[in-house]
Design a protein around this ligand. Structure first.
Ligand SMILES: [Zn+2]
Length: 215
């Protein structure tokens, strides 16, 4: 099981890299395998070229549980905050998806309900205030959104995005879905004002989301 999850983390790393959702050594992926045990990607390594031996095991405080020549990312803190505040979450993906990240420093609100699929999958997209990388500011910046339980994707201002779910593939697909939504919204804004889903129909989508994911 653990071996399989390490392989899956490498596979998702390859996908976020090859799909242009990160550049160079950016991004990180974690999976919770026990209440207080998390597998995490290492720092300083391209997520497109990882092997299962590089994946680290830590507790919810970030302490290494197995010796390794690799080190966890300083961004691990934000993943651990998600696990602490969202007991339903077992996987977190952090990437720098270009279109979604543009909305993190734009005046245009990314929360325009233009697509049924991403509305159901993501819920409300959170927008965390600017935070200095590697500091406690980063996990603190997403805390309000996590507690609100309004959605499963959050933009980190001038930085990137974070998506989470009950399992790794679902968390990865939410990252894809977030970027797809941002890309279509960006394109539609070139044509004029997008027609959004009407309020009463939006409520129906949130009801479907509630039925599927219990929120
Ligand atoms: Zn980052």
């Amino acid at each position: 099981m653990e071996k399989h999850l390490k392989e899956m983390i490498c596979e998702v790393g390859k996908r976020i890299y090859e799909n242009g959702l990160v550049a160079a050594n950016d991004g990180n992926i974690t999976v919770r395998i026990d209440k207080n045990v998390v597998l995490t990607t290492p720092t300083g390594v391209s997520k497109g070229y990882m092997t299962p031996e590089m994946i680290l095991k830590v507790d919810l405080e970030g302490n290494l549980l197995e010796k390794s020549e690799y080190k966890p990312s300083s961004e691990l803190k934000m993943h651990l905050r998600v696990y602490k505040l969202r007991p339903d979450v077992n996987a977190v993906v952090h990437a720098h998806p270009p279109y979604a990240t543009v909305f993190s420093f734009s005046d245009v609100d990314i929360n325009k309900p233009i697509l049924t699929e991403s509305t159901v999958l993501l819920g409300k997209i959170g927008i965390a205030p600017y935070a200095t990388p590697s500091t406690e500011e980063v996990p603190n910046s997403i805390e309000d959104f996590l507690i609100s339980k309004e959605g499963d994707a959050v933009l980190l201002s001038n930085h990137g995005a974070l998506t989470f779910a009950h399992d790794l593939m679902a968390a990865y697909f939410r990252m894809e879905s977030l970027e797809f939504h941002a890309k279509l919204l960006f394109i539609s804004l070139q044509l004029g004002t997008p027609k959004t889903i009407k309020e009463d129909k939006l409520k129906e989508l949130y009801q479907i989301r509630n039925n599927l994911f219990g929120m």
